[in-house]
Design a protein around this ligand. Sequence first.
Ligand code: AHM
Ligand code: MG
Length: 333
Amino acid sequence: MRRVTLTQFLIEQQRAGRTTPELRLLIEVVARAVKAISVNVSKGALAGVLGEAGTDNVQGEAQKKLDVIANEILLQANEWGGHLAAMASEEVEEVHQIPFDYPKGGFLLLFDPLDGSSNIDVNISVGTIFSVLRNPEGDGEPTEQNFLQPGRDQVAAGYALYGPSTQLILTVGDGVHGFTLDREMGSFIYTHPFMTVPNETQEFAINASNARYWEPPVQRYIAELQAGKSGPRGKDFNMRWVASMVADVHRILTRGGIFMYPLDEKCRDKGGKLRLMYEANPMAMIIEQAGGAATTGRERIMDLQPTKLHQRVPVVLGSAAEVERVTKYHLES
Ligand code: AHM
Ligand code: MG
């Protein structure tokens, strides 16, 4: 079998005019950081990287040691390459500026360094999610305002899944492509070309312990799925909830389904649970590029005009027919 590495894939994309040398470099540097995070995640207790860091992040959540390590790896890896104007991280309150002694480039990089961090200490899959925007023209250091662009303006998005194998899933707006880390060689190999979300599905992912807080359209939709063969859907549905968005979305990308973190009474004040810029937008781009759909239950995620860097939103994504049904139930109510 001809083994195509991530580097070769990106160079071929560049030759075909689908990416630029600057974006190629950016993705390669993110992939290098992902390899370093993967090494740390896989060492676990042997490297003393489990447990709490003893600090809170901007969201007021206790940071795990690996949250802090992954964040540092991504910031440091991406500072020097000359392809970025600035970065923003779920773990950092303010925009991260490029140190003055490095050249600057035209892109903005946003990331959730370690998604699903409640799973770290129990040795269950976690991930990294990233999104790339263009820095709007203008002088001076990028501000929060520069980042507040709708998801449809993303030039690339991706995630890494640190599971039994480490995978990198990527889109530059021309389909979704998956790579698997060859740990001995230290390179990502192109293993999953043009991934698509099957339209027909019998699987759903939601934190069912929040059922009593859900809004009526979500209650209705989930009740219909749970009614199985004898209910209005006429078939049985299965439920899975890893509680790592990356792992739950990856399952949907592989075998279809719907993932929901809807608005509920518990997260209403915050606007939702998941973050628009670091989680919802990049995952929405990947799912749409794979033929699926992504809404808040009411509107397309990638059409939202962000108002804050750390904004939270409800998320409904996956197989298009299911997402459309959930959205219809919301709009009817
Ligand atoms: P994190 O970025 O702090 O890890 O939080 C996001 C995670 C998602 O990966 C996952 O879908 C959700 O939070 C799990 O929430 P819950 O604790 O309700 O299961
Ligand atoms: Mg997260």
